[in-house]
Design a protein around this ligand. Structure first.
Ligand code: ADP
Ligand code: MG
Length: 357
């Protein structure tokens, strides 16, 4: 993978910088979790410092348009960001370049999700180089990540470089002392990681709906707890009786629903966390949005942050939980990638990364 450090002279180079600004936005129009945006500062500032002319490109799914978010981006990035309404206006902007600008939601263009090469050509018009700094979307085969690399000289930005280094380290590091913690709700996205690490780690601790699914398949009565309808198919191929796969023993129950891990489970998990050398965590232990059911998640977070292990943490909701608890900068490495991190850790190839090598 070539990185931006390998570009010999960036002065006045016109740079298409693919970022991931796909953040949650509240009904009032406020950005709720700015972590991914702040993580772009390093690469953006470095490029601007070298004299490059930078256009940022991203998608967003929580709202249709970036137009109303520009003032917040200005605050978060600490600099004025202009707005370009459509792909056809990029070339004109580059000719009269007046500081960094963000292009409108790239997914408004039909060719983006089809990885259309004609669209990628349009998008590339006027640029000298392409930089992918959008790790969180590298598992997508889209034009602004893949087809574009066939047109422009392409490099990885600092964030992509750091993510790949941290997650490769997880795959390469020894089995002994490695602890995986998996919670949250999207069981289908987490199963491949469980499969990949069950015999490559000391233990996998479960929480959230993922744990509910496992317990259901082990025959436990789950009451009205949230479970996946197709949990049987989802979990097929995993030996649910493997002693390294550890499900909660006791729970916080409300309204006949399991909503958090219980006290004994928390103690057991904290003991294992204290002994681990490397901890990989994705997915909250319970319904943390309600403070009554956030204890399991917060205690696990505290324990990881005060342990001497190397920690690698990811998942949009997991990051929100850490942010709420004021712990966000207390960890070894926090990945901006939810799905992308899980795919990487499952051992899959990511199209956006493959395209850079
Ligand atoms: P991440 O974004 O960190 O990967 P997910 O998106 O997979 O995590 O899951 C996060 C969601 O899971 C949160 O909204 C949380 O409330 C929910 N959740 C966790 N445990 C439970 C539970 N026991 N019952 C219902 N929802 C849960
Ligand atoms: Mg999530």
């Amino acid at each position: 993978m070539k990185t931006i450090r390998e570009v010999s002279n960036l002065k006045d180079k016109k740079v298409l910088l693919r970022v991931d600004f796909n953040v949650p936005v509240s009904a009032k129009g406020e950005i709720e979790e700015p972590f991914r945006i702040e993580k772009q500062k390093e690469t953006l500032n470095w490029l601007l410092g070298q004299g490059a002319k930078v256009i940022l490109v991203s998608h967003i799914t929580s709202v249709e348009t970036f137009a109303n978010l520009i003032p917040q981006l200005h605050m978060l990035l600490g600099k004025e960001i202009n707005f370009i309404k459509s792909v056809s206006e990029i070339a004109i902007y580059l000719d009269h370049y007046a500081g960094p600008a963000l292009l409108e939601n790239i997914r408004q263009n039909e060719g983006e999700e089809k990885n259309d090469s004609e669209f990628a050509k349009q998008l590339a018009t006027g640029f000298d180089i392409y930089i992918n700094n959008a790790f969180a979307v590298c598992h997508r085969n889209h034009a602004s990540l893949v087809a574009i690399t066939g047109i422009l000289p392409s490099y990885a930005g600092f964030l992509v470089e750091q993510e790949v280094a941290a997650l490769s380290d997880v795959l390469k590091s020894p089995k002994e002392g490695k602890l995986i913690i998996i919670g949250g709700a999207k069981t289908s996205t987490k199963v491949p990681v469980i499969k990949n690490f069950l015999d490559k780690s000391d233990a996998i601790l479960l929480g959230g709906v993922v744990a509910n699914d496992v317990l259901k398949e082990k025959g436990q009565d789950m009451g009205s707890s949230v479970v996946d309808e197709n949990s049987k198919e989802l979990l097929s191929g995993i030996d649910l009786n493997d002693p390294r796969l550890i499900a909660p023993k006791d729970f916080v129950v409300f309204d006949n629903k399991i909503l958090d891990i219980g006290e004994q489970t928390m103690k057991d998990y904290l003991d294992l966390i204290a002994k681990a050398k490397m901890i990989i965590w994705n997915g909250p232990m319970g319904l943390f949005e309600n403070p009554v059911f956030a204890k399991g998640t917060n205690e696990v977070a505290q324990a990881i942050s005060s342990s001497s292990s190397r920690s690698i943490i990811g998942g949009g909701d997991t990051i929100s939980a850490l942010d709420k608890a004021g712990l966000l900068n207390k960890f070894g490495f926090i990945s901006t990638g939810g799905g992308a991190m899980l795919e990487f850790l499952a051992g899959n190839k990511l199209p956006g990364l493959e395209a850079l090598s």
